[in-house]
Write a protein that binds this ligand. Structure first.
Ligand code: GCU
Length: 675
């Protein structure tokens, strides 16, 4: 599993391989930058793997020419190809006639654009696409495509399920693992151009000169791959490592401290990306400690970074016990009034849903609500609340569901994708962040199938409109097999996996009923944690009459935060999409569920059974692929599927039996009795 989707095994179809040899067995990359060296290395490695033989040559004899910037001028002019619209990171791949020979050209305005184009071309070959007359152009729709590592400096990864942190702080800056380079290759291959190295619950030591030396070493490794390094910072750093008495953002000494710190960082890392901040959230310090707003805190940091071109990604994941407002409403209440108050180099980073990374949530009402403040998406790639790295859940369909959701902010068609890619409000900066699922496990993500979530995150950050099914198809072909039977079956499993998990964990809008603290396994009975809104019973509100959280106008009225017609739709159970039913409503057990005609109790039970059954079918399908997939990959996934099958039944039985105490109704006929 180490090679991820960049396996480059020989193409098993002789005709296809022959055709590709004509295009790419002799290649030429123009230029001598560090990035063009990366392109050359990748082509050498990949094409030798895919085609058996391939070598670099000169421009005259090459079948494949990769060129960017000034090195591409001659091709642009003679071939009359325009590249201005491709921007700094886009590229084109085209078959042309050059000096009387057919050639493939990858052209871009920058070397990094050419690197992305090269990876795209390799993807076409790995998935065995026809390259005759190819003519495609691509440019990213969002600017910052960033992984967030929740990695602590002692290498423990918060909510990480794939081993330790891949950053070996002890051996940095001098020891440079091959893994760092392969990490950069994998990211560049899907267009990820930034990495926040450390946990949002930040250790202030990351900003000491000792650690900055280590950060610089990583930044130097990643630079040729177009990847910028960012850091999570602790808001009280001026006090904790700076010896100041305060961290008040309006205090001149505090401002000067951050300015000097930024200057120091940029001295070492001239293209440093900026800061990610979790402030006044879950016990973290923030501007609120000094009576200041999030905007005042963010702007102070933004002003320190601005002269160097850095940005602040300020998280909207805030909720506090003292607020006396229901948790799902707090991000909106806090940030909506601050719209327009942030400096130009600040983005507000919002989790897709209003609570946390639940298996399914409606979108956060903030999307679309801040015309003057760029909102950045924060998706989970790691699997907190979702079965860690033993459950196979392809998150592509979940990301797609979120991105396609219409917020109606400016009327119909105001999708979340159009908010975050800047189209709706013409945001000056745009971005998407994904909380990484990467660790030191040999297969990187703890479960081979979960590599697909890293992959799809990158592909969707580049193009939020791409379909998750398309991405699943290419990922399977690159990672597992090009055999059509394998592709069809695995793709079907992937596409079914998210809905299956929602069904066996939290069907119909239920949420946050997992084990306390670790968030693994079912625990709808949790009722004794320090804060009400950490307890399961708070979220499902089951009693003898019914179940669900009333966020409609008769309850906490969270629906009012959405634009019309969503707010009216969500206010009424009859028009609320069934997938969000119990998120917005507390309903009687005998409530009629329209799609099936069943009572609510019966529908809940059916969904739990359906979820567990789908996992069983997935496991059977996987078993049928034995001999068609690399045996090591096959076996690893099979072992994990066995766990998932057991645990889907654990979830089903625990939840059904628990809720039955309140409903006092029998298990519907035809379903086996849970034990
Ligand atoms: C969740 C998660 C924490 C994390 C937090 C965050 O609450 O359980 O571990 O720190 O999200 O996103 O900041």
């Amino acid at each position: 599993g180490y090679r991820l989707w960049l396996k480059y095994d020989p193409i098993d179809n002789a005709d296809v391989q022959q055709a590709y040899r004509q295009h790419a067995a002799n290649w030429f990359v123009a230029g001598n930058s560090a990035t063009t060296q990366v392109i050359k290395d990748e082509l050498d490695f990949a094409l030798k793997g895919l085609l058996g033989e391939a070598s670099a040559t000169d421009a005259e004899s090459a079948g494949l020419i990769v060129a960017a910037g000034d090195n591409a001028t001659v091709y642009r002019q003679k071939l009359k190809i325009e590249t201005a619209d491709l921007g700094d990171e886009g590229y084109l791949i085209q078959q042309v006639r050059w000096q009387n020979k057919p050639r493939l050209v990858v052209l871009a305005n920058t070397d990094v654009g050419a690197l992305y184009g090269t990876f795209h071309l390799l993807r076409l070959m790995q998935t065995q696409q026809n390259l005759e007359n190819v003519a495609l152009r691509s440019a990213p729709k969002t600017q910052l495509r960033v992984l967030n590592h929740w990695d602590n400096l002692d290498r423990h990864v918060e909510r990480g399920y794939a081993g330790q942190s891949i950053w070996d702080w002890h051996k940095l800056p001098d020891y440079r693992y091959q893994r760092y380079f392969d990490y950069a290759r994998a990211n560049a291959s899907v267009g990820i151009n930034g990495t926040v190295l450390n946990n949002v619950n930040a250790d202030p030591l990351i900003l000491t000169s000792q650690y900055l030396d280590k950060v610089k070493a990583l930044a130097d490794i990643f630079r040729p791959y177009g990847i910028k390094v960012y850091l999570s910072v602790k808001f009280s750093s001026p006090q904790l490592i700076g010896g100041l008495k305060s961290s008040d953002p309006l205090d001149k000494k505090v401002q000067a401290w951050w300015k000097n710190k930024a200057d120091e960082i940029y001295q070492a890392i001239p293209d440093f990306g900026g800061f990610l901040v979790k402030a006044n959230s879950e016990g973290q310090p923030g501007p609120g400690d000094f009576g200041r707003t999030h905007a005042q805190g963010a702007n102070m940091l933004a002003q320190a970074l601005a002269p160097h071109g850095g940005v602040v990604m300020w998280r909207a994941f805030v909720y506090a016990n003292e607020k006396n407002e229901e948790r799902s409403k707090q991000a909106y209440s806090e940030f909506k009034p601050l719209d327009g108050k942030f400096d130009d180099n600040v983005l507000v980073q919002v989790k897709n849903g209003p609570i946390d990374f639940q298996p399914r949530e409606p979108v956060n009402a903030l999307f679309g609500a801040t015309p003057q403040t760029p909102l950045m998406m924060e998706f989970q790639i790691t699997m907190e609340y979702l079965g860690f790295s033993t459950h196979f859940v392809y998150l592509g369909p979940m990301y797609e569901e979120v991105l396609k959701t219409d917020t109606f902010a400016k009327g119909k068609g105001s999708t979340v994708a159009s908010v975050i890619d800047g189209e709706l409000y013409d945001y000056p900066i745009t971005g998407m962040a994904g909380v990484a699922n990467i660790g030191t496990d040999r297969n990187w993500t703890g479960h081979i199938m979960l590599q697909s979530n890293w992959y799809v995150f990158g592909r969707m950050a580049w193009n939020p409109s791409i379909s998750s099914a398309t991405v699943a198809d290419e990922w399977v072909r690159m990672t597992l097999s090009n055999d059509n039977e394998v592709v069809t079956k695995v793709k079907d499993m992937m596409m079914a996996s998210h809905e299956a998990t929602v069904n066996y964990m939290t069907p119909l809008g239920l949420h946050h009923i997992m084990g306390a603290g670790h968030h693994y396994g079912p625990a709808p009975w949790v009722d004794s944690l320090g804060r009400a809104d950490w307890n399961s019973v708070y979220y499902h509100q089951a009693n003898s009459k019914g179940i669900g959280f009333d966020r409609s106008p008769s309850g906490v009225n969270a629906v009012e935060q959405y634009f019309s017609p969503l707010k009216e739709e969500y206010a009424n159970p009859a028009t609320t999409p069934e997938k969000y039913l119990l998120w917005f409503h507390h309903l009687p057990w005998e409530y009629n569920v329209a799609s099936s005609g069943r009572t609510l109790w019966s529908e809940i039970v059916h969904r739990y059974y359906q979820g567990a059954n789908t996992v069983k079918e997935m496991a059977n399908t996987w078993d049928s692929l034995e001999g068609k997939i690399d045996p090591w990959q096959f076996h690893q996934v099979q072992m994990a599927m066995t766990i998932q099958q057991k645990e889907a039944i654990w979830w089903r039985n625990a939840c059904v039996l628990y809720f039955q105490q309140f409903a006092e109704l029998p298990i519907p006929e035809g379903l086996e009795k849970p034990e």
